[in-house]
Design a protein. Structure first.
Length: 149
C-alpha cells in the first residue's frame, strides 16, 4: 500500500488475525519474556497499539479486508510483563481470546526459538570476544577452560 501525506512513524506488529465468522480483527503484539518490561517500553508499545486500534479498520479496508470491528491486544505469554490489563491477555486467556487452543503452539515456537538461541550463544560470544581489542598494558586474557557436558 502506498502511503500518502506525512508519515510520523512506521511500525511492525507481530500478528493480525481476521475472524471472518465474527467479522472482526485482532492486532496483536506478543511478549514472550518472563520478566517485567521497563516503563518506557511499556508506554511506547501501549501507545503504538492504541494508535493501531484507531487506524485498523481503515488500514485493513485499504487491503480489501473489511471488518466491523478491530481490537488490539498484547499477548503476554507469562503474564508478568506489566502491561495495562485493559488490553493484555496471558495464560489460558490467550486460548479464550481466539476461541481455539493456541497457547500450546505459542509455547512450542518460544521453546524452539530458545533452543536455537542457546545453541548459538557460545559461537556468538566467541565472535564478540574475538572482536575486542585489549587495552594497552592490560593483562592477557584468561585462557578458556573447556566445559564438561
Amino acid at each position: 500500500m502506498a502511503l500518502t501525506g506525512p508519515v510520523a512513524q512506521t511500525v511492525t506488529l507481530d500478528l493480525i488475525v481476521i475472524d471472518r465468522q465474527e467479522n472482526r480483527a485482532f492486532i496483536a503484539e506478543v511478549k514472550r519474556g518472563s520478566g517485567k518490561s521497563e516503563n518506557r517500553k511499556i508506554h511506547q508499545i501501549e501507545w503504538v497499539l492504541r494508535c493501531a486500534q484507531v487506524q485498523a479498520i481503515a488500514f485493513l479496508g485499504s487491503l480489501n479486508i473489511h471488518v466491523a470491528s478491530a481490537r488490539v491486544v498484547l499477548i503476554d505469554v507469562y503474564g508478568r510483563a506489566g502491561y495495562s490489563p485493559d488490553f493484555s491477555v496471558s495464560g489460558p486467556g490467550i486460548d479464550a481470546l481466539f476461541g481455539v487452543p493456541v497457547l500450546h503452539a505459542v509455547e512450542a515456537v518460544t521453546g524452539l526459538l530458545a533452543a536455537r538461541l542457546y545453541a548459538d550463544v557460545p559461537d556468538l560470544l566467541e565472535l564478540a570476544l574475538a572482536s575486542l581489542e585489549p587495552l594497552p598494558g592490560a593483562a592477557s586474557p584468561v585462557p578458556r577452560i573447556a566445559s564438561v557436558p
